[in-house]
Design a protein around this ligand. Structure first.
Ligand code: PMP
Length: 291
């Protein structure tokens, strides 16, 4: 992935993609002092760019650092890079991390670096499978107690258990894994939030120890605009048997129907289909929707 053409925005400069390199003694690599975002551009516009940028800055603050760029500067860099990359639809990955000026857990003086890469990432899950629903395993690792990890930050370190869990699920032929939290409650997938449907009502866990996704909030809003009731509450794994529909949502995943979670089966139905469509309509720039 480091040999693509195009450019990467790196600490204020547009570098050739292949030249956007860092040293092996980067603090972010050794100690996970790194935060990032995942955004999608549709029709040349980055969906909810400012919300993502603000979350990136907030994630840095949770890890104890200020980004050396303002939200306006980061937004402008994302937009200019998207223009230079020439993609209408693309995935946008800003990242900020502590640099290589000193080694050791303490790195108060290490530079805070910021980079942005943009590439084409058509669909997280196989598009043909999407409406059929994907199959999820139940992960062994749990989302940690907020006293154990900075769960409100989109921090690289929190993804260690996501990659392990996703690889374990893939090795068993599943697309992804559903993670429970430290109390044993249903939490989220390895890179997306989860929703369920029962008797026409939508249920989703309270994000008190995992990422409150921007897509999650968008989907709740879309569902309420459709007149659906959305209940945010504790969901126990044994309740999965009683739900008729299940879907994931996230910037990369968009709205992805789920057909199985471990031993439980779901039928992507009316509400999931509506929200898949409503989400795609919502992310499409208004000028394109009018054409
Ligand atoms: N949870 C995790 C662990 C994620 O990686 C993501 C994707 N960023 C989400 C939830 C969904 O967040 P968003 O809708 O803001 O992309």
């Amino acid at each position: 992935f480091d040999q693509l053409d195009g450019q990467i925005w790196f600490n204020g400069e547009f570098l050739p993609w292949k030249d956007a390199k860092i040293h092996v003694l980067t603090h972010g690599l050794h100690y996970a002092s790194s935060v990032f975002e995942g955004e999608r551009a549709y029709g040349g516009e980055i969906f909810k760019l400012r919300e993502h940028t603000e979350r990136l800055i907030a994630s840095g603050k949770i890890l104890g650092f200020d980004l050396p760029y303002s939200a306006e500067e980061i937004d402008a860099a994302c937009n200019e890079l998207l223009r230079r990359q020439g993609f209408a639809d693309a995935y946008v990955r800003p990242i900020a991390w502590r640099g290589s000026e000193s080694m050791g857990v303490s790195a108060q003086k290490n530079r805070i670096n910021v980079a942005i890469a943009i590439w084409q990432w058509p669909s997280y899950f196989d598009p043909e499978q999407r409406m059929k629903g994907i199959r999820l395993d139940i992960a062994e690792y749990c989302r940690p107690d907020p006293r154990t990890a900075p769960s409100r930050a989109k921090a690289s370190g929190l993804y260690m258990i996501c990659t392990i869990s996703k690889h374990a699920a893939e090795a068993k032929g599943y697309a992804d894994a559903l993670m429970l939290d430290w109390r044993g409650h249903v939490a989220e997938a390895t890179g997306a939030n989860v929703f369920f449907v029962k008797d026409g009502v939508i249920h989703t866990p309270d994000p008190d120890c995992f990422l409150d996704g921007i897509t999650r909030r968008t989907v709740i809003d879309l569902a309420q605009r459709r007149g659906y009731k959305v209940v945010v509450r504790t969901i126990l794994p044994e309740e999965l048997e009683g739900f008729s529909e299940c879907f994931l949502c996230g910037t990369a995943a968009e709205v992805t129907p789920v057909s199985e979670v471990g031993p439980y089966s779901f039928q992507p139905g009316e509400i999931t289909r509506r929200l898949v469509e409503d989400y795609m309509a919502e992310v499409t720039p208004k000028r394109l929707a009018a054409e």
